[in-house]
Design a binder for this molecule. Structure first.
Ligand SMILES: C[S@@+](CC[C@H](N)C(=O)[O-])C[C@H]1O[C@@H](n2cnc3c(N)ncnc32)[C@H](O)[C@@H]1O
Length: 279
């Protein structure tokens, strides 16, 4: 088995995959129906399995994301169903969820109403639900394709889901929400031509691009959280690492304690703010 994994890793490495060894283990394990850590116990593969491994490795070598090939993405403690039409959750977002969990944990049950804007696969809401109890959860997503994954991934979670535009979502909650959290699209349109192929060709463009400066959706996140949050309520919004100051400015009106925060690689990645008592 080690030789087979090495062979596949070599193929992936030669075609430019950045982490060929773990990806080869994941691909082979996926075909054999075992966890990667159990591969050493497998006593050989059938011709049919070998053909399938080669076919999937060729797709990966041609640039298709591993997560689309296996249909799975990992985020904190979650295993999410993903595929074409939904954004693959990224590790950069995990830190923002950690911040939200520690803030929510300080609030009593009954003061933990959470709205996720731009929910995509539901990674953020799924993680919040698993890692902290007593949450009153809501999530909105605009893309019908992504919404199918959102429903599937949150099937076992008690959450109100809406297919629609965050700008007008949940009017019945205005002024009552404790936390708004969002990882919206934030790439400037002009960057379309410089993004790597595996992003541009496989992540939905509605999940990536957001106007000339990349801030259109973040402006809506600021307006919508201003509408939804109760005084003292919190917002956390992810952004591109080059946009920290711009996003801090978006929360200048109606919020205080506006703070730029870093992800695990120390890059500025999300802004948090507290809804003020008056505008
Ligand atoms: C970067 S993805 C984030 C998905 C998920 N929250 C995550 O972190 O993996 C942004 C998502 O926002 C959705 N979206 C874009 N504009 C929206 C809008 N006006 N209202 C609601 N969702 C929107 C996109 O379809 C996409 O699923």
């Amino acid at each position: 088995m080690t030789e087979l994994v090495h062979e596949i890793a070599g193929l992936l490495g030669r075609s430019g995959v950045a982490s060929p060894a773990p990806e080869a283990r994941t691909l082979v394990a996926h075909v054999l129906g075992v966890e990667p850590r159990d591969l050493l116990r497998v006593r050989g593969v059938s011709d049919e399995q070998r053909a399938m491994i080669d076919a999937l490795a060729a797709r990966r070598a041609a640039g298709e994301p591993l997560q689309h090939i296996t249909g799975l993405a990992y985020f904190r403690y979650e295993t999410l169903s993903v595929g074409p039409g939904v954004f693959i959750p990224r590790p950069e977002t995990e830190e923002m969820v950690g911040w939200a969990l520690s803030e929510l944990a300080r609030r009593p049950v009954g003061a933990r109403r959470v709205v996720e804007l731009c929910a995509g696969s539901g990674a953020i809401t799924a993680a919040l639900a698993r890692e902290l109890g007593g949450l009153d959860l809501y999530a909105v997503e605009l893309s019908a394709d992504a919404f199918g994954y959102l429903e599937r991934n949150l099937e076992a979670v008690d959450v109100h889901l809406v297919l629609g535009d965050m700008a007008s979502a949940f009017p019945e909650l205005d002024g009552t929400v404790d936390l708004v959290i969002a990882n919206p699209p934030y790439i400037p349109e002009a960057h379309r031509v410089i993004l790597p192929d595996d992003v541009v060709l496989h992540d939905p463009h509605l999940a990536l691009f957001s106007g000339a400066d990349g801030l259109d959706a973040l402006r809506v996140v600021a307006e919508t959280s201003s509408r939804l949050l109760k005084p003292g309520g919190l917002v956390a919004a992810e952004h591109d690492e080059s946009h920290a100051e711009d996003v801090v400015r978006l929360f200048a009106d109606g919020f205080h304690d506006v703070t730029s925060r870093r992800d695990l690689t120390r890059r500025p990645r999300y802004v948090t703010a507290v809804r003020s008592w008056q505008d």
